[in-house]
Design a protein around this ligand. Structure first.
Ligand code: GAR
Length: 209
């Protein structure tokens, strides 16, 4: 089973969906650590309650971004993860860090990338008059939310939606999509090649999530 470190900054519901999937004996990955840059992240308490190893490394405890990342990398050297899943980790990771885990780092973003990268995705989708919304799991590269797309999930965007109601609907699909994408990567059924995510043909269609 592939060893997975999950990075969070907040509630950690995606982290839990990954941990739940990994709890199944036939799942090809296991969560070996939950890393947070926020001591107050709700996901940390949830991870502790699950008996998962947690590591809290707050940016403010380090002189700069480089020192913060060096501390995280040093902690990861102990844990030896095969894969890193960013799950609501709200910090841009440097190219140096990413190159250490190239092709082995995933992120989930709550929009149909390449639309609405960055913050306030749901309000921007509403303001654009979109009739569908969704989420994307992508390989992490240096550009924010720009890496090759591994898998996507779709939901309707309803006329009465607010950013909050839309976020909640998208989140339910995130919880199904991220374990699916992690499974693909852990089984070697998706890889990053020439700036694209290449998936094995037998991969399930995302729309049939
Ligand atoms: C999720 O919707 C995730 O897609 C989003 O933050 C939320 C975290 O929720 N990530 C981003 O916006 C990254 N740019 P969670 O902590 O309950 O998983």
């Amino acid at each position: 089973r592939k060893r997975v470190a999950v990075f969070i900054s907040g509630g950690g519901s995606n982290m839990l969906s990954l941990a739940d999937a990994c709890a199944a004996e036939d799942f090809p990955a296991e969560v070996v650590a939950v890393v947070s840059d926020k001591a107050t992240a709700g996901g940390i308490a949830k991870a502790v309650a699950r008996g998962l190893k947690t590591l809290v490394l707050e940016r403010k405890d380090f002189a700069g971004k480089a020192e913060h990342e060096a501390a995280i990398l040093a902690a990861l050297d102990e844990i030896q993860p095969d894969i890193i899943c960013l799950a609501g980790y709200m910090r841009l990771i440097s190219g140096d860090f990413i190159s250490r885990y190239e092709g082995r780092m995933l992120n989930i973003h709550p929009s149909l990338l390449p639309l609405f990268a960055g913050l306030h995705t749901h309000q921007r989708a509403i303001d654009a008059g979109m009739k569908i919304a969704g989420c994307s799991v992508h390989f992490v590269t240096e550009g924010m939310d720009e890496g090759p797309i591994v898998a996507q999930g779709v939901v309707p965007l309803l006329p009465e939606d607010t950013a909050d109601t839309l976020a909640a609907r998208v989140l339910t699909v995130e919880h199904r999509l991220y374990p699916l994408a992690l499974k693909l990567l852990a089984e070697g059924k998706v890889r990053m090649e020439n700036g694209k995510a290449v998936r094995a043909t037998e991969s399930p269609a995302d729309v049939a999530l």
